[in-house]
Write a protein of this length. Sequence first.
Length: 295
Amino acid sequence: MSGAEALHAHLQDGVGSVCRAWAVIRKDGTQFGFTDHDRSLEFEGFEFKADTGLSAKALQQATGLSVDNTEAMGGLSDAAIREEDIAAGRFDGAEVIAWLVNWQNVEARRIMFRGSIGELRRGGGAFHAELRGLTEALSRPIGRVYQKPCSAVLGGRGCTFDLETPGYFYEAPVDRIDDNRIFGFDGMSEFETDWFQRGRLEIMSGPAKGLYGSVKRDRFASVDQRNIEIWEPLRATPEVGDIVRITAGCDKRMDTCRFKFNNIVNFQGFPDIPEEDWVTVYPTHAKKQNGGSRR
């Protein structure tokens, strides 16, 4: 008998001993378990802690491709979900699994919801988390875009460039930090100016470990001092001496793919596609009819 069948059989007895349990798995691998029962439960490798202050509204579900949705609410505490972790974005996009379970026999259970955390609001010592179902991903447009710039993500499946290649990343302690947005390093003279522009900066140690940002500017402040600026301040405070990893940036142009990364065979753009004004061209008498440029 499966867990769902055992739960259904238990509910048919007329006297139920059921509760709800939630598992939250962040993108960095950290796991949390919560239950609205007054005792902690354990199954499927999770410990579901009681009295953690987490509760959930009724789940709205539908057939077809309608998006399931619900909302979880809870209290902020050091033992469970901390306000600084929410502010740092560590719960953004975290996976959520919700069960209805017989607390007297946890083998009798059924998954009622599976999805991810969407919008998070916090205030007054509490938080509200929007939960998005698996069908949420089906609302995003999918398809190939025909454009001159490359549509692949550097190092991704379409690009295949190995970002561990020596000369295309820099990993070292940060020497200066300004406004959680500008990171200063001594040295780095072996890299050309703008080498890391449009790249990625990731914090590898310290209180902001795991957070990252896209590089906006890569400039030399002086002969031996370099500043790497990201677009938005990190949502946690890194410290001087934390290890930072910076990867080279790509502006999606064919020449950059060929000469900077030597990866032209995987270029995913269409550099010879006609410009937008091509549709407005009309027949006219040309002075030169040699097959060259019209200009």
